[in-house]
Write a protein that binds this ligand. Sequence first.
Ligand code: PLP
Length: 388
Amino acid sequence: MKDPLMQTYGRQDIAFVRGEGAWLVDEQGNRYLDALSGLGVVALGHANPVVAKTLTDQSTHLLHTSNLYRIPAQEKLAAALAEISGMDNMFFGNSGAEANECAIKIARLFGKHRGVEEPTIIVTEASFHGRTLATLTATGSRKVHAGFEPLVNGFVRVPFDDVEAVRQIAAHSNNIVAVMVEPIQGEAGIRVPDDNYLKDLRAICDDHNWLLILDEVQSGNARTGTYFCYQQSGILPDLVTTAKGLGNGFPIGVCLARGEAAEIFKPGNHGSTFGGNPLACSVGLTVVNEIKNNNIADRARELGDRMQENFRKRLGGLNNVKDIRGKGLMLGIELDKNCTELVGKALARGLLINVTSENVIRLLPPLIITDEEADQICNIVCSLIEEA
Ligand SMILES: *Cc1c(COP(=O)(O)O)cnc(C)c1O
């Protein structure tokens, strides 16, 4: 029989039937330690009982109404996120790409209000912002673009972590309305910029009246040791997007705005049928409260430090290890060659990992792992690298 699924993914030949915390169980009953969390999504662990309770309770009351009516759960989640982030207001969608589309549309309208005919957003090399036409254009990867031309106009690209390149553009272009970056590049291989990067970008944006857009789809929701990663830089963006960890597996994305950016959209400018529905927002609110009440961000920082220290001790002297980096539980180990085969080798040892950018082992474990589970991940990853 022909495969009824489109061939969009290179999949491992394994299917999981249930999960518990940091563990997944396959169809044969084998257990796997999950150091990927469904790509940074299931941050509070599989089958989290508090999230499950919200899902079941809310689903017996109301799944969906419409954004034509008030949605109290949406209002509560927005208030909670505004307080945590220092942002003014927000728009809910169902994914990271949708959240970024929202930010891009706000930046364009912001430009139009100032008389910029062709509003242009500065984006970076190797970035990842999603798979819709605008967000794949913003993405800095030839592979993601290939075949989908004509791409969307209105983006210029600079190297990541290169403030001078942004200054150069500032001196020569009148169409720029925003700079859009990930505080830590995820897909590119957990690339951590200089400590002053966001601060410097903030200053340039202020000087030129541009919006600073941060894509925290992956780095948000406590993963890097604070609720949002930018909170470690002492700045506020004009727009910040997040998604992955916000629903612990329930699809939800959000674009938060501040100041002038928060006043751009008027009724009719943007919308979503599903975005911000009672079920998604009840789950989102539960996730945000769980993160806050259990100091999950602090725990992520502590676990990340522990794991990086473990990796440095055991891998520091190896020739095939080029770098060990990350913040909180957003970790990358860069090897000196393509190491995609390690995904299958780890699976055979009961560990789920990811390799991105061909030679970077990416670890995004649930933020609720124990010290022992963290050590177990380190042990298996280290032996795989020692044998590589
Ligand atoms: C995953 C990701 C996206 C896209 O999110 P989707 O929910 O897959 O649309 C955008 N930006 C970053 C930084 C991501 O990691």
